[in-house]
Design a protein around this ligand. Structure first.
Ligand code: GAP
Length: 538
């Protein structure tokens, strides 16, 4: 099991990730990607765009799909008309519950605090902690000993009642010892907190000029559904894809980039006929899971989990999460990488009719006290007319919604490896390497002259110049070659090309594989073809 601290240190040391505004002490929940991190995330976005959109062949039926389908892209603004968020439900419903601690002045997400009931010296209290698993148990014991003024050797005087449970199960907060408090009953009652960041558009700062930074890219797709239909020749079934920044004022950003306040999403809204929507849901659920497997997240740390009926949103008839066992989570726990949701006709109807609420088995427009729609929809016709069957209907939507930063974090965690490999003197030495899939690796190959003389640097520079316009390569002639290999291993460069004595006589160079350490020779003019083939077949 890798140590998360080692990965965080490597990310900073080698320029994958930095805390935002670090020289001013950092800003909680915001992260910057350094020179290598930006390449990794760009490669993830590009792999997603290519595999889902630009390389998709709409003329053939992909394995597992009910039929052939089209895919197009979109790039819409971060700030949209405020009515978008009122009709979508985000204005009223996109909130978490928070509790404040009157003693420590700290703020917690209600559902993220856990704790245990314990009795000692005739009192029964709930000891709260932000940690989970074994760490949570240890933390709770430590706090309980302190509260009851007991030494560790008297831990058996603590009578625990049940396992760690959520703070949401506790009704009497006067019995709660807050995660950072010394006294009982310092937590306030939970209150709603909307996660959308607000700002103002234009010179006036009043209610009428208030706008929101989008908390998801999806709504931009729904409100452009008719524009895409009218400006292209797409026919149902088809998908619209968008990659872009989203913003959520998370109460407790945590776990490196996992829960950030500014992050990037890669979302598809797939529009289909209601009668085929279940089959399409199944297709996208499996297709998206396979995408992560193909890029190296294979194994027991990745799983596809179907939501229980109780977990589903009021409009959804099926949702699955693709989850990864991030190393910062307690053993057995998984974190969401992507959600695939069957959203029915909820979104398009909301933007036509106004904010919808469930009534019995159906969805109806929510009304205000005067019986008028609480939030009016656009009134625009967002139905689809099939000119072959002559049927008009509101398409159903399947939404695979992924996070680029969570994917980057999962690929970083999965890639981190430690092993033993011979150093430049042949002595077995500890090695750290990042086993990125070659498509995702920030640098695809490094080019080295074995030594800085005998015409080797000149040949290496020629090879570098020939590769550079096509693939991201790195040139290095400083220091022992073994050390140069190690530096590339640590950033996950899959191949190292070395010009040596034999190159001078027969024009061949060695190519070294990062994972197997195997070396083979190719002619110096064949390096590009060799790299392309190896990357494509990985
Ligand atoms: N349109 C649906 C939607 O936005 P979501 O489950 O709230 O669904 C989709 O978000 C994905 O966006 C998540 O699976 C995750 O990868 C990413 N995401 C959500 N909140 C995030 C945050 N605070 N930090 C980083 N990524 C986040």
């Amino acid at each position: 099991m890798m140590d998360m601290d080692q990965l965080v240190a490597l990310c900073r040391r080698r320029g994958f990730l930095f805390q935002s505004s670090e020289i001013y002490g950092g800003l909680n929940g915001f992260w910057d990607y350094g020179p290598l991190g930006v390449e990794l995330k760009r490669n993830i976005r590009e792999a997603w765009w290519r595999d889902m959109v630009s390389a998709h062949n709409e003329l053939v039926v992909p394995a597992g799909a009910p039929s052939a389908y089209e895919m197009v892209g979109l790039d819409c603004t971060i700030i949209m008309h405020p009515q978008v968020w009122k009709c979508s439900g985000h204005y009223d419903l996109f909130h978490d519950f928070l509790v404040d601690c009157r003693e420590s002045k700290r703020r917690y997400r209600h559902d993220q605090v856990q704790g245990r009931w314990v009795e000692a010296k005739g009192r029964r209290i709930f000891v709260a902690t932000e940690a989970g698993g074994d760490e949570g148990l240890t933390d709770a014991e430590h706090k309980a000993l302190k509260f009851f003024d007991l030494r560790a050797k008297h831990a058996d005087e603590l009578h625990w009642d049940g396992p760690l449970v959520s703070l949401t199960t506790v009704t009497d907060l006067s019995k709660v010892l807050g995660p950072d408090a010394k006294a009982l009953g310092t937590l306030t009652e939970p209150r709603e907190f909307n996660l959308m960041f607000e700002t103002y558009s234009g010179a006036l700062r009043d209610e009428n000029s208030k706008v929101f930074l989008r908390p998801e890219t999806a709504q931009g797709i729904f409100v452009n559904f008719k524009n895409v239909l009218d400006s292209t020749r797409v026919r149902i079934p088809f998908g619209i894809a968008q990659v872009g920044k989203s913003f959520r004022n998370e109460i407790t950003p945590r776990n490196f980039t996992f829960r950030s306040r500014e992050f990037e999403q890669m979302e598809i809204e797939f529009f289909c006929h209601p009668s085929t929507s279940r089959a399409w849901y199944q297709y996208w659920r499996d297709r998206r899971y396979r995408w992560y497997v193909e890029l190296g997240l294979a194994g027991e740390r990745l799983r596809l989990r179907d939501h229980e009926a109780a977990e589903l949103s009021h409009y959804s008839c099926g949702t699955a999460d693709i989850e990864y066992a991030f190393p910062f989570l307690p053993p057995g726990e998984f974190g969401e990488l992507e959600g695939i949701a069957h959203r029915g006709d909820f979104d398009l109807r909301s933007h036509m009719e106004g904010k919808l609420v469930r009534q019995g088995d159906g969805l109806v427009v929510e009304l205000d006290a005067e019986g008028k729609p609480k939030y009016r929809g656009s009134g625009k016709d967002l139905t689809y007319f099939d000119d072959q069957t002559k049927e008009r209907y509101v398409p159903h939507v399947i939404e695979p919604s992924a996070g680029a930063d969570r994917a980057a974090l999962a690929f970083l965690c999965e890639a981190y490896r430690e092993d033993t490999a011979p150093d430049e003197h042949g002595v077995p030495t500890a090695r750290v390497f990042m086993k990125f899939h070659p498509r995702l690796a920030p640098v695809k190959a490094a080019v080295f002259p074995l030594v800085k003389k005998d015409g080797m640097p000149e040949i290496a520079r020629e090879i570098y110049a020939a590769l550079k316009p096509h693939v991201n390569v790195f040139y290095d002639e400083k220091g022992a070659v073994g050390r140069r290999y190690r530096r590339q291993d640590e950033i996950g460069t899959p191949f190292c090309i070395t010009v040596d004595g034999q190159t001078l006589s027969d024009g061949t160079v060695t190519i070294r594989d990062r994972d197997t350490l195997k070396q083979w020779r190719v002619h110096k003019t064949d390096c590009l073809a060799e790299l392309r083939e190896r990357i494509a077949n990985s």
